[in-house]
Design a protein around this ligand. Structure first.
Ligand code: PHB
Length: 361
């Protein structure tokens, strides 16, 4: 039988009913102390028919923050807030992974008690940080000492343990989109000449050390990794992305991960030049594709073996019942970019379900 988007698949310990994943989506609606709220519980509960939900990026430590009102997984209150989310998703029959995040240079002193953001190298990204006082130009980050690198790796380990306490089914290590791990991977942001920079082996060391630590709390088949080889978002670049990410995919291939999640192409322009089928084949495990997929493209990718799972972002913002709508070929709600980041229930938990479901709910 050829697979399609609605055929089941085993991912690590999970038996997923279909291949439609809710992508991680920053929505800037966490409560006081960056604690998940009852509104966040409702948002995720509404989307529990996804095969798998990956939470919005969630900082592993206070100094990993980079945006207003993004949730953390480093305090008891945050763990308690996430526990309500995971309980609600599980009660509705869903599965949920926590995406572990450290922003690094994509932050601002105004969010770090006046301290400089940190990065592999003191290279200032182009653009503006999103702060509580509005957009402010990025600053030149402080290059991490080796001791500080070890400290942050420990923070990933603590967050991984707390994610287990919070009732998640697994964690996704966010190594994409210009945040700290990606800053180490790509040479546009990593110009270190110690064992954390230079060679591919050295640039990938931070990711592999983070994974080693995460594996103390989770089995490898409960851990996903997200990469974005050619995403220029957050001022990112690499001199040879095909080679860099072939190396990373090869490094990850032997670990027995739950999946590799790849944001294919450039997030903002949609431009896509790398051979992702090759990356998938090098990795060899479960491959989750993401970035601008429609139902038709997703079906084609699953059918021809280019992907095992497809993660949908904007479509999940607007369609809590995306699986059902896809299955029935029903019309989709249109996402409203005005309400993507911050605000209240409007544009968050008030997108309509299909009529039939509303009646039976
Ligand atoms: C964003 O806030 O726009 C954002 C956050 C995390 C990502 C990508 C984008 O990985």
């Amino acid at each position: 039988m050829t697979s399609d988007l609605f055929s089941p698949i085993s991912v690590g310990k999970l038996e997923l009913p279909n291949r439609v994943v809710m992508a991680p989506l920053t929505r800037n609606r966490a409560g006081e102390g960056n604690v998940p709220t009852d509104l966040n519980v409702e948002y995720y509960r509404q989307r529990a028919s996804a095969a798998l939900i990956i939470t919005e990026a969630t900082q592993v430590a206070a100094e990993g923050v980079g945006y207003p009102a993004t949730p953390g997984i480093h305090t008891p209150e945050q763990v308690a807030g996430w526990r309500k989310v995971t309980d609600a998703v599980h009660a509705a029959g869903g599965h949920i992974f926590c995406q572990l995040w450290f922003c690094g240079r994509i932050s601002h002193p105004s969010m770090l008690n006046g301290k400089l953001p940190v990065a592999p190298s003191a290279i200032r990204p182009e653009g503006e940080a999103m702060t509580y006082e509005g957009p402010q130009p990025f600053v030149t980050p402080k290059a991490l000492s080796e001791k500080e690198i070890e400290h942050i790796i420990g923070e990933y380990g603590r967050a991984a343990r707390l994610a287990r306490e919070a009732g998640f089914d697994g964690v996704e290590v966010h190594a994409a989109n210009g945040y700290l791990i990606d800053q180490f991977l790509r040479d546009g942001s990593n110009q270190r000449d110690d064992r954390w920079g230079g060679s591919l082996e050295n640039r990938a060391r931070f990711l592999t050390r983070v994974l080693d630590t995460v594996f103390e709390a989770w089995q490898p088949n409960e851990v996903g990794v997200r990469l974005s080889p050619e995403n220029r978002f957050n001022s990112m670049s690499d001199s040879d992305p095909a080679k860099t990410f072939e190396y990373v995919a090869h490094q990850l291939s032997g670990l027995g991960l739950a999946y590799l999640h790849v944001l294919e192409g450039d997030m903002l322009s949609g431009e896509r030049t790398l051979d992702y089928r090759h990356l998938r084949d090098v990795f060899g495990g479960i491959y989750m594709a993401n970035c601008g997929y429609t139902l038709e493209r997703a079906q084609a990718a699953i059918a021809n073996g280019d992907a095992d799972l497809v993660a949908f972002g904007q479509l999940y913002i607007a369609n809590p019942d995306l699986v059902e709508r896809f299955r029935e070929g029903a019309p989709l709600n249109t996402p409203d970019p005005e309400t993507f980041y911050g605000g209240d229930a409007h544009g968050y938990t008030d997108y309509p379900f299909l009529e039939s479901e509303t009646v039976s709910a």
